[in-house]
Ligand binder design. Structure first.
Ligand code: GLU
Length: 558
């Protein structure tokens, strides 16, 4: 039996040969320097910040260079498949404004390099496995789980690297061994299950100095020195489904990916990929191995973000809390590129896509994620979004995630004015962070959600009732800000409070408190809280009726 005969015996009737597939996936016609990137999520039902982080890199590299960014669904691990996971991936990424040019969509594939779902590419992987077998670079392996377990135990006892390789691989060297060749042939004819393994050219168990090394370019990490592989890794499982390694190499070659952006957990598999690309006679893509997302844990030490401990790892968290995609994008760029914040400070009003993203400015040692920082970035990012636009974005968030806030959206002009409060001051107020927080922040504008949250300041609590009645009596909705405040100051001094906080500080025994304590009583009666934007402006927005009703209710309470 020759290698060629073995390959024919295993795959007698594939739709196309490897060469035909090569012709069906020609080099892309793109301008010089255009990058082709892909996101290859597995449909496990959990789409996380790491996916989004990688997706931003892919998207920027492709779109900054007039290239192509596509979505490939990597569903070769059937055990982990979750219903509707593909929909989740697509809609979550859409929410963050990640736009693909090609690939899987909710209504089928777009683009000439599909299928874009690995489970539909079985014939293609088999055609390339057949080619490797016909060239003696791969072989069928019939080892059972027990046999593999036994091999591993023996290797452990001999302190050797575990795995199927070299002399440990019973079916590897059948050429020139007629008995073994006959056994393999009869096993295949009998329909016995087997996996296909790469026949590695590497020499097993060399010392570190003896191990040949390859130079591989990583756009984030620079030149990598990758040791020779010697493991006969599985390329096709018993089911004919490829392993990640084989699918990656075949797909990224055929789909003409120029830059493979993926997590650093794949670095240890790079020797395998280098050998597979070489065996197939293909050029390596440029790898971009991104750093792990870390956070400062409860004990003050850096640790990986964890699915179990950190709700903020899941993209659902940002959607259901209502983080604006612009804010998340802005924040991710600050951790993606070390020079982003400086650029943003110099270009506060430029569209985010004007920033030139580079892989060289990415950290290779762990990107630190910090929710408080995201909140700060978000506060500023929201300042740049027009209030009307923000209002309608909030409405669509509420429709999907928080319909209980429906009453907030009955008068969209009112809502826009509320959101705009204090945003155009010389030092704009940056109170708005994310939708759920905004609903709470503006809750006092609506009777449905108004509640007294804070207590009257101790300095003025005893006088609360009198302060509120006097304020109500003198209230004139047409007073301007200055007239309004003068009245409060007058009332405060009449009642024994200092007109200025600093007078009270200087001579605390001369006063009950100061004008701020008096106005806080009013603020709490109207807004239920001791902190809020400018009271006069809020009253103007709320309207006279609501102001009077709140004050009357508060007087009654006291
Ligand atoms: N399906 C792989 C994963 O989810 C993708 C890795 C890659 O981008 O190559 O980890």
């Amino acid at each position: 039996m020759t290698n060629q005969q073995l390959s024919e015996l295993i795959y007698p009737s594939l739709a196309h040969s490897a060469d035909e597939y090569e012709a069906m996936y020609p080099a892309r016609k793109l301008p010089e320097g255009a990058k082709v990137t892909r996101l290859g999520p597995s449909p496990t039902g959990f789409i996380h910040l790491g996916n989004l982080y990688g997706a931003f890199v892919d998207e920027r590299l492709a779109h900054q260079s007039n290239g192509v960014f596509f979505l490939r669904i990597e569903d070769t691990d059937d055990k982990r498949y979750v219903e509707n996971a593909v929909e989740t991936i697509i809609t979550s990424l859409e929410f963050f404004d990640i736009k693909f040019d090609e690939g899987a969509t909710l209504t089928g594939d777009i683009g000439d390099y599909g299928d874009y779902t690995q489970s539909k590419r079985g014939d293609i992987y088999q055609a390339f496995a057949k080619k490797l077998i016909s060239e003696g670079k791969a072989y069928p392996c019939f080892l059972s789980e027990e046999e593999i377990f036994d091999i591993r135990n023996r290797q452990e006892a001999e302190k050797l690297t575990p795995g199927i390789y070299g002399e440990w691989s019973r079916y590897r060297d059948w050429e020139g061994n007629d008995a073994l060749a006959a056994e393999i042939e009869s096993k295949i004819k009998a329909g016995e299950p087997f996996v296909v393994r790469m026949r590695s050219k590497g020499t097993p168990n060399l010392s570190a100095e003896e191990t040949p090394r390859h130079t591989v370019i990583d756009a984030i990490r620079g030149e990598l020195s990758v040791p020779d592989n010697f493991q006969d890794i599985v390329i096709l499982k018993q089911t004919g489904i490829p392993t990640y390694h084989f699918a990656h190499v075949v797909d990224d070659h055929l789909m003409r990916t120029t830059h493979v952006v993926r997590g650093e957990e794949w670095l240890p598999s790079l020797p395998i990929h280098v050998e597979l690309f070489e065996d197939l006679g293909w050029e390596l893509p440029i790898y971009c191995h991104t750093a792990q997302l870390m956070k400062v844990g409860e004990d003050g030490n850096k640790r990986k973000l964890s699915k179990r401990l950190d709700p903020e790892l899941s993209l659902d968290f940002y959607r259901s809390e209502g983080y604006h995609p612009v804010a998340v994008r802005e924040y991710l760029l600050t951790i993606l590129n070390s020079n982003y914040e400086e650029w943003r400070a110099e270009n506060p009003d430029s569209p985010v896509d004007d920033f030139e993203f580079t892989t060289e400015k990415m950290s290779s040692s762990g990107a630190l994620f910090d929710l408080n920082k995201l909140n700060d970035v978000s506060k500023n990012a929201l300042l740049h979004i027009d209030a009307k636009e923000l209002a309608s974005w909030l409405r669509s968030w509420s429709d999907e995630f928080a319909p209980e806030f429906g009453y907030v959206f009955e008068d969209m002009d009112y809502l826009a004015e509320i959101l705009d409060l204090g945003r155009h001051d010389a030092r704009p107020r940056a109170d708005l962070v994310y939708a759920r927080q905004i609903m709470d922040f503006i809750s006092y504008f609506f009777d449905e959600s108004f509640k007294i949250e804070d207590e009257y300041p101790a300095e003025a609590a005893a006088d609360a009732s009198e302060i509120l009645s006097r304020y109500l009596d003198s209230y004139d909705h047409s007073d301007d800000n200055e007239q309004w405040f003068n009245k409060i100051r007058e009332m405060a001094t009449e009642m024994g409070y200092a007109a200025k906080p600093k007078d009270f500080k200087k001579n605390p025994n001369d006063y009950k408190g100061h004008v701020g304590h008096v106005s806080t009583v009013i603020r709490i009666a109207l807004m239920g809280r001791a902190q809020s934007p400018d009271v006069w402006a809020i009253q103007q927005l709320m309207g006279e009726d609501k102001v009077r009703a709140r004050l009357e209710a508060a007087v009654k309470e006291n």
